[in-house]
Design a protein around this ligand. Structure first.
Ligand SMILES: Nc1ncnc2c1ncn2[C@@H]1O[C@H](COP(=O)(O)OP(=O)(O)OP(=O)(O)O)[C@@H](O)[C@H]1O
Ligand SMILES: [Mg+2]
Length: 227
């Protein structure tokens, strides 16, 4: 294990099974050491969403240890399952930490909307937003809540190419900002997205491979598909 000051997220020999007894995560170890956009690929049922539940603390490892110094936020495939309120403003109000004084709440919400390129949308009804705009609003919720780890579970799976692009661009901006860059782990089945990440890994047989460049993982998966 590395020394505490460098460990942002670390899995140390973590195993987990659902009640059917199958070990979905099996002696899995990995580290995320620095902010950036980290992508994770793996076949259907390989355990990617289970891994996110472990990171966010919704479920606990059977054996092994998880060290997480981040405040995580989950973003799902379908924003309609995540957004609850009638307008962007009221939605983001729900995410404001209780410690923020009332006079600062609107500024915080407006600044989060600007970070996700929705600066003009404060009073917009959510049902009038496109899918990509809804996903970016979900990202603004994570920003408002002061989260520094985005767990993005196929966030573009239901989006058209233009909206897909807009979400990728915003996450890239948040994770590469020169002031307080955040960390994102992005699960994808859309392999072309791998070219935008800072590192990618494959989840297989319950374990995560080494982090490699996105283009390398893209090539590996393409050559496997051609066999
Ligand atoms: N809440 C649950 N209860 C019981 N079994 C579950 C639960 N969630 C997932 N599983 C099982 O764990 C295994 C891994 O599922 P998981 O959803 O983590 O995979 P995934 O890699 O996210 O798949 P996909 O790419 O289809 O989203 C599957 O066999 C699934 O049926
Ligand atoms: Mg999944």
């Amino acid at each position: 294990m590395k020394s505490a000051e460098f460990r942002d997220l670390e899995f140390d020999n973590v195993s987990f099974s659902w009640p059917n007894g199958v070990k979905v995560i099996n002696q899995c170890s990995f580290v995320i050491e620095k902010p950036g956009l980290w992508m994770l690929v793996g076949e259907n049922g390989s355990g990617k969403s289970t891994l996110f539940r472990l990171i966010s603390g919704l479920i606990r490892p059977e054996t092994g240890k998880i060290f997480c110094s981040f405040k995580p936020s989950l973003v799902y495939q379908n924003p309609d399952h995540q957004l609850l309120m009638p307008t962007c403003k009221s939605e983001l109000m729900l995410c404001v930490p209780k410690t923020i004084s009332y006079s600062k709440v609107l500024d915080l919400i407006q600044s989060a909307l600007e970070k996700v390129d929705l600066g003009e949308m404060l009073d917009r009804p959510i049902h009038t937003l496109s899918g990509g705009q809804k996903q970016r609003l979900a990202l603004a919720g994570a920003v408002v809540s002061n989260s520094n780890l985005l767990l993005l579970d196929e966030p573009t799976a239901l989006l058209d190419p233009q909206s897909q692009d807009s979400v990728l661009k915003v996450v890239k901006k948040l994770t590469s900002s020169s002031i307080d860059p955040i960390t994102a782990i992005w699960v994808t089945h859309r392999l072309e997205e791998l070219f935008f990440c800072d590192g990618a890994a494959i989840l297989k047989n319950g374990r995560i491979s080494k982090w490699k460049s996105g283009s390398k993982v893209f090539q590996e998966l393409k050559s496997l598909a051609l066999r």
